[in-house]
Write a protein that binds this ligand. Structure first.
Ligand SMILES: *[C@@H]1O[C@H](CO)[C@@H](O)[C@H](O)[C@H]1NC(C)=O
Ligand SMILES: *[C@@H]1O[C@H](CO)[C@@H](O)[C@H](O)[C@H]1NC(C)=O
Ligand SMILES: *[C@@H]1O[C@H](CO)[C@@H](O)[C@H](O)[C@H]1NC(C)=O
Ligand SMILES: *[C@@H]1O[C@H](CO)[C@@H](O)[C@H](O)[C@H]1NC(C)=O
Ligand SMILES: *[C@@H]1O[C@H](CO)[C@@H](O)[C@H](O)[C@H]1NC(C)=O
Ligand SMILES: *[C@@H]1O[C@H](CO)[C@@H](O)[C@H](O)[C@H]1NC(C)=O
Ligand SMILES: *[C@@H]1O[C@H](CO)[C@@H](O)[C@H](O)[C@H]1NC(C)=O
Length: 405
């Protein structure tokens, strides 16, 4: 039953990937050259940016996990689990299964400059999550991280654990009876309501976003003890239709706009207003994942195909849209002024180095390419998601430390 539904999930998900990737391509086609010039000019700025990350994250008094370097670890500590042994593995992220031969991407350890990330200990995390609900809310990158967390935790589960995923509306979740803990993923790629909210089939032409409507989603995760949000890639579509009112209502008002930053800001405002009014501040811990970087297809220098090592030189980093990041950051700051704390986990920079760690052509995604597309692998690589084991495991090691301490 579960396997069957998963299969559907994969299928639709992958068609969606295709769409999303072509969407990104379309969006990037226009901005690529401009970005390239900007990125050359911004090399020095990136360094000062680094300092800013440090000061933000160390303001809380904890070590800055987000600035550091990748170190090849051949001491058998990594990977933290085996792709084939993870019961929760998803074909989007299973690169080894899909023919990737070079497995070095599984062995890199992130070393912060001034401290160590504590080793992942699932027993301690599960104990912390006893009787609690942890939900990832967002798009497929959050799903990537959710699967990683389940794989990390699996070896620590009690033998009685059934290890099954349950689908309920837009929520996929795993529940362990002994710990009475729920670890779920809720699909809402824009956080607010949209015409891409169907977890099976979000391949709808044209994006319609209910920028002021979030309650139909939020009431499903409102009571979680730990919430991890993300939302970025889907906003890059050049044109979107904003909607006020409810889907299907004749009273609804529609307006098609480009206004990339403004519409993102509107949605995040809706999200933050909801949190302010509805979240139990004593009970819920909130996190927001910073942008997960992707690489431009067709770009020789920064494509992810055939990469076997991370980048070590900052000048090749993709400079992820700062303006969009700024909107998330200021929304979170304003929310904090209103008494709601959201931890912003700054994983963008560390992930930008890992051009070797995307699935490229080694995932189920490739099964949906036409023969013609297969002849041009560089243009049809998935440089958005991450192979597992891999980069999201590090995000989760950090998340886990924030949850435990
Ligand atoms: C870093 O922060 C300082 C002070 O908040 C600010 O003046 C500067 O513009 C920031 N640098 C970048 C690259 O954002
Ligand atoms: C581990 O990696 C280091 C640095 O790359 C290398 O010098 C060493 O020989 C490697 N050890 C093993 C056992 O592969
Ligand atoms: C995890 O933590 C528990 C409790 O502190 C400890 O007994 C156990 O040895 C740790 N496991 C690993 C793999 O470090
Ligand atoms: C399990 O946890 C939920 C909260 O997530 C709580 O409402 C419920 O009473 C718990 N059940 C048991 C058997 O402890
Ligand atoms: C908020 O959560 C705390 C801790 O779980 C609980 O004691 C309190 O009753 C909750 N408040 C409301 C308004 O539900
Ligand atoms: C691949 O992408 C590049 C850059 O977007 C484009 O110039 C080229 O025509 C594409 N090649 C094919 C075969 O689609
Ligand atoms: C990727 O590597 C394979 C094997 O080394 C090679 O045959 C292929 O041409 C490379 N593809 C690209 C686009 O560089």
């Amino acid at each position: 039953m579960v396997n069957k539904t998963w299969d559907f999930f994969y299928k639709f998900h992958h068609l969606t990937c295709l769409l999303l990737v072509s969407l990104l391509a379309a969006a990037l086609y226009f901005t690529r050259d401009v970005n390239y010039l900007k990125f050359l000019k911004n090399q020095q700025k990136l360094h000062s940016d680094d300092k800013n990350y440090s000061s933000t994250s160390s303001s809380s008094g904890r070590c800055d996990f987000f600035s550091g370097t990748w170190i090849y670890d051949n001491k058998s500590t990594y990977p933290l689990y085996k792709e084939r042994e993870c019961s929760f593995m998803d074909d989007t992220f299973a690169c080894e299964k899909h023919g990737r031969k070079d497995l070095k991407y599984q062995r890199w350890r992130w070393q912060p400059h001034n401290c160590d990330i504590p080793m992942f200990n699932g027993t301690i995390l599960l104990e912390k999550l006893r009787g609690k609900k942890l939900i990832f809310v967002g798009d497929s990158l959050n799903r990537n991280q959710w699967v990683s967390l389940l794989c990390l935790i699996e070896p620590f589960l009690p033998p009685s654990s059934h290890k099954k995923l349950i689908l309920d509306g837009n929520m996929y979740f795993f529940h362990d009876n002994e710990y009475n803990t729920t670890i779920g993923f809720y699909w809402s790629p824009f956080l607010v309501e949209s015409n891409a909210d169907n977890i099976w089939d979000h391949r709808v032409p044209g994006r319609v976003i209910g920028v002021e409507s979030i309650e139909n989603h939020a009431r499903h995760w409102n009571d979680a003890d730990i919430l991890i949000f993300d939302s970025y890639a889907w906003w890059l579509h050049p044109l979107m239709t904003l909607m006020w009112g409810s889907f299907g209502s004749s009273e609804a008002i529609y307006k098609t706009v480009d206004m990339k930053l403004r519409r993102y800001e509107m949605a995040l405002t809706t999200w933050s207003d909801w949190l302010e009014l509805n979240i139990n501040r004593t009970r819920s811990k909130l996190f927001f994942m910073s942008v997960s970087p992707y690489l431009y297809r067709g770009d020789v220098l920064r494509n992810c195909l055939n990469r076997s090592e991370p980048l070590f030189m900052d000048e090749y980093l993709v400079s992820t849209k700062k303006s969009m990041r700024g909107i998330v950051e200021s929304t979170i700051e304003k929310l904090e002024e209103r008494g709601v704390k959201v931890e912003y986990l700054h994983i963008t920079r560390m992930s930008e180095y890992r051009t070797d760690a995307h699935p490229s052509i080694y995932s189920r995604f490739s099964d949906y390419l036409t023969e013609e597309e297969k002849k041009h692998p560089r243009n049809n690589s998935d440089c958005l998601h991450w192979c597992l084991p891999g980069v999201p495991d590090v995000w989760n090691q950090i998340l886990s430390d924030y949850i435990i301490n």
